[in-house]
Design a protein around this ligand. Structure first.
Ligand code: TRP
Length: 455
């Protein structure tokens, strides 16, 4: 359970949640995200854990085995394969961003943020992302760190690390929120995060050929739902693998609830730490992926002891990213070891090299390939990878899991694993096999434009 929590809490909470909330107008986006967490994330977390605990193998073999048990097509194991590919793609860019956190350990520790001048701090970030060589260096270092841990198969070490790193990260975030209350524009930050303003989120104006077009867009719905999957590590088999290690007597619903609660709390704390600083310093909430790297250092530069505190913060962020990255490769490594008879070292090296190479595309998305001629539909390669994985592959994976457990397998599968009181079980079943799939489906329809209404 601790390992799963370590997988869930990562860059998604501290880096991605604030920046996409900023880009998508705040309150109403947060509300949709929270609804997705409760109605889709939690039930699918339970589903993924229970599949894993029943199958007790890599996601590919688990799906193959469950398909056999319930006399359905072996094609269900393709879900495992899709997860392996999603994991590769996610880790390729995840590692680049984790590299930023790693680089910032040294920036903070070296006193680069002293004084906390927003312009100087913005420049540090621009210099980092503008240099392909530097980004490649930190991306490579993070990838090596990940490969080393996965290759050695440290399961006990991982849980022990998570059990003290997570509380430490939590304490630091609380201190940051304290700073935001004292020095930031806390009222405006809270208002931005928690006052739902539908128009601010779903009404957009765009310049098309020099003319302004305005209308409603449902795009933020898909982003919010995709992020619910991403932040909880759902839909690709990572949680399934950890579910396969869960003892038979442990409660799946209890574990899922704890993981979801911890993950959501960390994200909301990060938002409450960041937006007051954004508004107090006249920065843009929609600044994009650099948001936390342009705001938190202002606080570190101004607070007493900020050099040490800032370094510590980025160390913990790197660790959080690390425990998440490990779970992104675990399904693939488990498969190569089980089926191909490879050693863990060999399997991990292969995965690491592939992710490292694909990651170069993300490295270049922030500099040499950032221009419009390299974009598709206004998206860089990094944006596209993020969109494809978080918004499409993960929700599809989750949908397939929900349908398998809710409709394909015998109901006794979920009943035996969850061991809930019958009434609670029925509620869970309705939410998992009806509410969540329909929710995912409707959001998808919106995204392809079938249901959007534009003025
Ligand atoms: N949940 C992690 C985060 O928020 C990222 C992550 C780890 C992940 N493993 C995953 C996302 C599996 C999707 C699927 O940073």
């Amino acid at each position: 359970m601790l390992a799963a929590a370590g997988s869930a809490v990562g860059l998604g909470n501290i880096w991605k949640f604030p920046y996409i909330t900023g880009e998508n107008g705040g309150g109403a986006f947060v509300l949709v995200y929270l609804v997705c967490i409760a109605l889709i994330g939690l039930p699918i977390m339970m589903t993924e854990i229970l599949i894993g605990r029943r199958g007790r193998q890599s996601p590919i073999n688990t799906m193959a085995e469950l398909a056999r048990e319930y006399h359905v097509s072996r094609a269900w194991r393709l879900l495992g394969w899709a997860g392996v590919i999603a994991g590769f793609l996610i880790l390729s860019y995840y590692s680049v961003i984790a590299g930023w956190a790693l680089a910032y350990v040294f920036e903070a520790g070296g006193g680069a943020f002293a004084g906390g001048d927003p312009d100087a701090i913005g420049q540090i970030f621009a210099d980092l992302t503008g240099s392909p060589g530097t980004l490649l260096f930190w991306h490579s270092l993070f990838m090596v760190m990940t490969v080393v841990v996965v290759a050695r198969g440290v399961r006990n070490g991982l849980e022990r690390a998570v059990s003290f790193l997570m509380p430490a990260l939590f304490v630091l975030l609380v201190v940051m929120v304290g700073y935001a209350i004292i020095e930031g524009d806390f009222a405006r930050g809270l208002d931005f995060l928690f006052t739902p303003d539908i128009k601010k989120v779903f009404f957009r104006c765009e310049m098309v050929d020099g003319a302004e077009h305005c209308g409603y867009t449902m795009a933020p719905l898909l982003t919010a739902m995709g992020h619910a999957f991403f932040t909880l590590s759902l839909g690709m088999g990572a949680i399934m693998v950890y579910g396969s290690y869960l003892p038979r007597n442990a409660s799946i619903s209890g574990s899922a609830l704890m993981i979801v609660a911890a993950d959501t709390l960390v994200a909301l704390l990060a938002g409450m730490a960041i937006f007051p600083i954004v508004f107090a310093n006249g920065l843009e909430p929609g600044a994009g992926p650099g948001l936390i790297f342009q705001t938190l250092p202002i606080a570190f530069g101004q607070m007493p002891g900020g050099t040490l505190f800032g370094a510590l913060f980025f160390i913990l962020l790197t660790f959080a990213a690390w425990t998440s990255a490990i779970s992104l490769v675990e399904p693939a490594v488990a498969y190569f070891v089980e089926n191909q008879g490879w050693s863990r070292v060999r399997a991990t090296l292969l995965v690491g090299v592939i992710c490292w190479v694909v990651g170069i595309g993300t490295v270049l998305s922030f500099n040499l390939w950032s221009g419009e001629e390299f974009q598709i539909g206004g998206k860089t390669l990094f944006d596209l990878l993020d969109y494809l994985t978080a918004n499409i592959m993960l929700p599809l994976g989750g949908l397939v899991m929900a349908i398998f457990v809710g409709w394909i397998a015998d109901k006794s599968l979920a009943r035996d694993e969850l061991r809930l009181p019958e009434k609670t079980f029925r509620v869970w079943w309705v939410v998992t096999s009806i509410v969540a799939p329909i929710g995912v489906f409707i959001v998808f329809l919106n995204a392809v434009g079938l249901l959007s209404f534009v003025e």
